[in-house]
Design a protein around this ligand. Structure first.
Ligand code: PLP
Length: 395
């Protein structure tokens, strides 16, 4: 298997650096710093300490007996919900903030949707003594008040974004604008495997810890997985768990996007319904209107509410190695409730999409061994649950 991205930052025809000229030197500096610093023993030792004692890794690979019985399959959950601050996001922010520190940057900025990446960045900055500002859409600030408080408690400043749909895409655009203005002093800590090269690669490398651990845990237990399922927003938890299995053709890989209200209404199923375009510095599949404007998107989970997707996923879709599917708002809601009732685990509404796909397609998985990436925990989603509960009970 050839190593991607190539030197120019492409995964096949996807990726690249579609940014204003002022950012090119900053991206080159980042690429060079990552190449140089991430290999050093000091960096590796510091990061592995942080992942272990601060983040709480390794996370369990948990056999979900009740869910397995219901699904007629052996289902294991990779418990990223048990990572400190509540999601896989911290794997990436610890890596990037540590990199920022080694690069001598004192100020870190980030964009956030659900607030999970903002919280993880704020916690990493608190731990590492860095100044932190987080851009967040006004709608998301309203949806995720609790996470705003957590960021502020960690000493970060939350900057409301009033442009566009006032959600994740708009927050990312503002963060990029800030970076352009303050590029000499500021590190931009991107929250998913998106954006201009080298971000999709850097984020993947820091999230690979999920798949590396899962692989080791399966081996140790003498189990081989038939299938791995993960939800796809920008695509970081999914590429993180998929990457080390890409070379093993026996393992089927399935990414689940947010089907929202249905694929004929508002949704975020970028790889099912998008066309190739450029957003936030990268060429990838993108949800756009017939005349090429970025579409308004919707998902019940703020973390999947994004019209683009990481370029590596576009490549993996084209190559056929990963299959991309979708689950809708109500299916996710039911899965959210199902896991809570049957396993005593409240999944993040994002992760519930991966679970929902297994539940709705369970005939396909009968007798198989399935690993689901439980990317985060659902405490942050209780408000959304309260608003929507009772809409449908299928199980
Ligand atoms: C942010 C988030 C996601 C979506 O982002 P990816 O980059 O696609 O992983 C999924 N699950 C949780 C819990 C999140 O916080």
């Amino acid at each position: 298997m050839k190593k991607l991205p190539n030197k120019k930052g492409y995964f096949g025809e996807f990726g690249g650096k579609f940014v204003p000229e002022v950012l090119i030197p900053a991206l080159s500096e980042l690429e060079e710093a990552y190449r140089r610093i991430s290999k050093t023993t000091v960096f590796k030792r510091e990061l592995s300490f942080l992942l272990k004692d601060f983040a709480g890794r390794p996370t369990p690979l948990y056999f979900a007996a009740n869910l397995s019985k219901y699904a007629g399959a052996k289902v294991y959950l990779k418990r990223e919900d048990m990572v400190h601050t509540g999601a896989h996001k911290l794997n990436n922010t610890l890596g990037q903030c540590l990199l920022a520190k080694h690069m001598g940057k004192k100020r870190v900025i980030a964009e956030t949707g659900a607030g999970q990446h903002g919280v993880a960045t704020a916690a990493s900055c608190a731990k590492l003594g860095l100044e932190c500002e987080v851009y967040m859409g006004e709608v998301d600030i309203e949806r995720q008040k609790h996470n705003v408080l957590r960021m502020e408690l960690f000493g970060a400043r939350v900057v409301p974004v009033y442009a566009g749909q006032k959600t994740l895409k708009d927050a990312a655009s503002e963060a990029l604008r800030d970076w352009i203005a303050n590029v000499n002093t500021t590190y931009y800590c991107l929250g998913s495997a998106i954006g201009p090269h080298p971000y999709p690669k850097i984020v993947r490398e820091f999230q690979r810890v999920i798949g590396k651990e899962a692989k080791r845990q399966l081996l140790k237990a003498g189990i081989s997985a038939d299938c791995i399922i993960a939800c796809v927003g920008g695509g970081s938890n999914s590429i993180g768990i998929f990457y080390d299995f890409l070379g093993n053709a026996k393992v089927k890989l399935i990414g689940v996007e947010a089907g929202g209200e249905g694929l004929n209404k508002r949704h975020c199923a970028t790889l099912s319904k998008g066309r190739i375009g450029v957003l936030h510095g990268t060429k990838s599949y993108l949800l756009q209107t017939p005349d090429g404007q970025v579409s308004d998107v919707h998902s019940i989970s703020a973390g999947l509410d994004y019209p683009g997707v990481g370029p590596e996923h576009s490549y993996l879709k084209e190559s056929g190695r990963v299959k991309y599917a979708h689950a809708g708002d109500l299916e996710a809601l039911e899965a959210f409730e199902f896991l809570s009732r049957k396993e005593g685990i409240i999944p993040a509404m994002e992760s519930a999409h991966a679970l929902a796909y297994l539940l709705k397609e369970k005939e396909k998985f009968r007798g198989k061994t399935v690993v689901i990436c439980l990317s985060g925990r659902g405490d942050k989603d209780l408000g959304i649950y309260q608003e929507n509960r009772g809409k449908r009970y299928g199980y």
